[in-house]
Design a protein around this ligand. Structure first.
Ligand code: F6P
Length: 550
């Protein structure tokens, strides 16, 4: 079904049927659902690759899930999925194919864009990255003065930063611990300052990551990094070749910047920024963990791609997670979605998902440019457990908002944890299981009273429960499992965008701020007149200039 022939989402019979079902279900209680069906805890589960997904603690029945799947069928989610995998230009506002799945396809796959098989080019770049990573890791690639490279600084922002930065943290125990790997993204000079202040320039490699190579933050930081390096080394431009490489789709701009295009690792316009870290954008990660572990990660992505592409609706995990989000966002007025990893190594995972989900589905017009009159993407937030438990979990447990949450945990601690610390893992995971139990089942006033709590405190100590959660449990956090997790969320976001009939692959919402910043900068530096500047911003600019003594 193409966009033109689609009925307005909230005027379809399938949408109405879910609304009616929601009314009939009323305030369904998880306690009752489990009492009625003791096998729920094992039956409402699915497996994808190494990920065990428990969705039993959701406010759903078999009928809810059936109706949600009918909505997915009516909105042709699988039709759009197949078009994506085939390389059709489903990013209509930018007239681009959406083929991050080709980045992790096996060498012998055939995926065509405009009649050309893109898989050989993908693998040629991966091979080039592997060769370069090998040289850096072995010490064969040296800096301008002949010293071995010991420090890697990735300079990029958004999709050219969040993915490798997140994955580097996630896979730290797989990294070469002799390398220092840092990520600079913010145009605030403090970011670069802190990243390089204790580094020896002679041992430092900068990876300039930018799909467009025009992003002001990245080009500004890259220019400052080049100045820093040349000053530290007291060298001329010729030193750049051994200390700067680029990851980009834009060879011309890379060359203008002064980086030899022989040291450029390319990718393509059919890779969206927030879907790019398994492309050349992952070079810093590949240097850190090595090409073999990087390939394991890509295979993990691919495994979930294949699951999403081939699994029937009833057992298709990304479809299920996407539909559950629609159930809460569109039929329970949930505004946000928490992602709560019980692994310190996933400390940047939710920040990564914020771009993936919110830049993709933060849209308010449909594919035809018509305003949507249904809710689209949620606010995604969260930090690793157990820290959140001592901060905002209070609101999830006893506040007035419905916040569906994903809990992600692992049976094994990472392999190289000191033996003394391994014992802490069971305590971490006891908290993991306890929280979803408490959120689902709460504590009734009677249970509170039975503990001898005085009447005036009973209401305060009651937990109403019924807070929905998904539990994702895997044996351990390996490169493959990380790839599986990310692909799972990529496809979940896809499912939701398909149902909402929005273009999940453009990001026009970031443009206005960029344009205005360019106009305002001369007002800050030179006091230039900015035509049509509003009263509030004019006054703030004047205040700023006074504070700066200008
Ligand atoms: O924030 C807008 C955006 O275009 C993102 O989609 C992208 O990941 C980021 O900027 C960085 O872009 P580039 O890789 O072209 O520097």
């Amino acid at each position: 079904m193409n966009a033109e022939s689609r009925a307005r989402l909230n005027q379809t019979p399938e949408w109405a049927a879910i609304g009616k079902h929601r009314e009939q279900l009323g305030e369904v209680q998880l306690r009752d659902l489990f009492a009625k069906d003791p096998a729920r805890g094992t039956q409402y589960t699915l497996q994808v690759g190494d990920l065990h997904v428990d969705y039993s603690k959701h406010l759903v029945t078999d009928e809810t899930l059936r109706l949600l799947r009918e909505l997915a069928a009516a909105t042709d989610v699988f039709g759009l999925r197949d078009a994506m995998f085939r390389g059709e230009k489903i990013n209509t506002t930018e007239d681009r194919a959406v083929l991050h799945t080709a980045l992790r396809a096996p060498r012998d796959a055939v995926i065509e864009v405009d009649g050309e098989n893109v898989v050989p080019a993908v693998h040629a770049v991966l091979d080039k990255m592997a060769a370069f990573s090998g040289k850096v890791r072995s010490g064969e690639w040296t800096g301008h003065t002949g010293k071995r490279i010991k420090n890697i600084v990735n300079v990029g922002i958004g999709g050219s930063d969040l993915g490798p930065a997140m994955a580097y943290e996630a896979l730290r125990s797989f990294t070469d611990r002799d390398l220092t790997v840092r990520f600079v993204s913010n145009v605030d000079g403090a970011d670069l300052h802190e990243a390089v202040r204790d580094l020896d320039a002679a041992e430092t490699l900068f990876i300039i990551a930018s799909k467009t190579f025009t992003t002001i933050e990245t080009i500004t930081n890259a220019t400052s990094a080049r100045d820093w390096l040349l000053t530290e080394l007291r060298a001329d431009q010729s030193a750049v070749a051994k200390h700067f490489v680029a990851l980009s789709t834009n060879a011309e701009k890379v060359s203008d910047f002064g980086i030899d295009t022989a040291n450029m690792f390319e990718f393509w316009d059919w890779v969206g920024g927030r879907y790019s870290f398994d492309s050349a954008i992952g070079l810093s990660l590949m240097i850190a963990i090595g090409p073999d572990a990087f390939r394991e990660m890509l295979d993990g992505f691919h495994l979930v791609d294949e699951h999403f592409r081939t699994e029937p609706a009833e057992s298709n995990v990304p479809l299920l997670l996407g539909l559950l989000g629609i159930w809460y966002g569109n039929f329970h007025d949930a505004q946000s979605h928490a992602v709560l990893p019980y692994s310190h190594y996933l400390s940047k995972f939710t920040a990564y998902l914020q771009q993936l989900d919110m830049e993709s589905n933060g849209k308010s017009v449909d594919r035809d440019g018509e305003p949507v009159d249904w809710q689209t993407g949620p606010v995604v937030w969260g930090t690793p457990g157990t820290n959140g438990q001592h901060a905002y979990y209070q609101l999830i447990h006893q506040g007035t908002k419905l916040i569906p949450a994903d809990f992600i945990g692992f049976a094994e601690p990472v392999a190289d944890l000191q033996p003394g610390l391994v014992a802490q893992h069971d305590l971490l995971m006891a908290n993991f299981f306890a929280q979803t139990q408490a959120l689902a089942f709460g504590k009734t006033p009677d249970e509170v009273r039975a503990e001898g709590v005085p009447d005036e405190l009973v209401a305060h100590k009651t937990f109403k429960g019924n807070h929905p959660t998904t539990t994702i449990l895997a044996k351990e956090l390996t490169p493959s499992v990380l790839g599986q997790l990310i692909a799972l969320y990529e496809h979940k976001v896809f499912v939701q965008g398909a149902v909402w009939n929005i273009d999940s692959f453009d990001q026009w919402g970031v443009e206005l701020g960029k344009v205005l910043a360019k106009r305002i900068e001369p007002a800050l530096t030179e006091g230039a007149d900015v035509p049509d500047l509003d009263g509030s911003t004019t006054a703030l600019v004047a205040k700023y200039r006074t504070m700066r003594g200008r």
